[in-house]
Design a protein around this ligand. Sequence first.
Ligand SMILES: Nc1ncnc2c1ncn2[C@@H]1O[C@H](COP(=O)(O)OP(=O)(O)O)[C@@H](O)[C@H]1O
Ligand SMILES: [Mg+2]
Length: 351
Amino acid sequence: MSLFKDMLKDSESLIIDEIALDFDYVPKIIKHRENEQQYIATCIKPLLQERNGKNLFIFGSPGIGKTLAIKHILRDMENETDSVIPIYINCWKTDTNYKIVNEICKQINYKFVLNKKTDELIRDVCSIINKKSAVIIFDEVDKLAEQGIIYSLLEDIYKKTMILVTNNKNFLSDIDPRIKSRLIPELLEFKPYNKEETKSILIDRRDHAFVKDIWDEDSFNMIVDKAFELNDIRGGLYLMKEAAVIAENNSSRTIKKEFIENAVKKLVDFKSNDNSFDEKEKIIIELVKNNSGKKLKELHELFINSGTEIPYRTFFDKIKKLEKNGFISTKELEGAGKSTIVSYNKKLDEF
Ligand SMILES: Nc1ncnc2c1ncn2[C@@H]1O[C@H](COP(=O)(O)OP(=O)(O)O)[C@@H](O)[C@H]1O
Ligand SMILES: [Mg+2]
């Protein structure tokens, strides 16, 4: 018996273009975001006429094309003009003044960074950008650890459009008032896709990524339903890919319903796989899930009572990390003896 006998050969793979399933893939045409893109372009347009642009605050739930629309616009703009410098910062990865200014230097190709302090670099960057103009995007802006650089850029760059993007609608009210009074942004909400839109987006990606005729209508609709239910295109892309991998492992040339059901079960891992969590963090997720809405101090006590020692500070850091990853949210309660309420974010493992 050969272990590999029934396996599909490479040439028989069901996926012809895996890249089309990547979360970072930017399709040529982005459907159902024409109005949003148009609006963003209008804010940038004055820069092309050497005037100051408008700033913009973009919000909307995860996985509905905010980052994609922005990247698409930057790409379009770069094809159109050299006089506007595009700068894109993902604040999850790049979250301090120091990291951000170094990232900007990289993007504008400024090499004299060695031994320079953050302030000095910010000054250099501003004077370079001021020879032209810039679109500066802070994506996932609520993940910033420091906001100082936003203030400096707003103050010291003359012609710009600054775009803040976030899943958290309320972020604007939390932002430093000094920044807010300089930003005065236009507001743009990305609304969730309806079912038809979700379907047509996933069909495009499917037709790019897979061999023809491996999906029957019913199976594919299962994926559409889940993505729509999650309100997250990313979930749909993940399910398509997983179901195809399971099909390949079963040497099947079509995607059967059972493969999709198995893929759905893996959705929970999909979220936690994004980052690695240690054992304690996994316990904390469960703890918060079962005690959503309790105070941080109470949760810490519960954790210790369950048998594992952990210093309060470490516990706090882990809670913050999980918040950053979208598993939980925290909210400060004002008043005497400030306390923090921790809640569990329902989402991908809801079904
Ligand atoms: N209109 C669309 N057309 C094609 N793909 C889309 C569309 N909207 C979202 N996607 C895909 O869904 C995933 C999530 O989109 P993304 O822009 O990262 O969401 P957000 O920034 O709102 O969290 C990405 O892989 C993206 O390519
Ligand atoms: Mg995004």
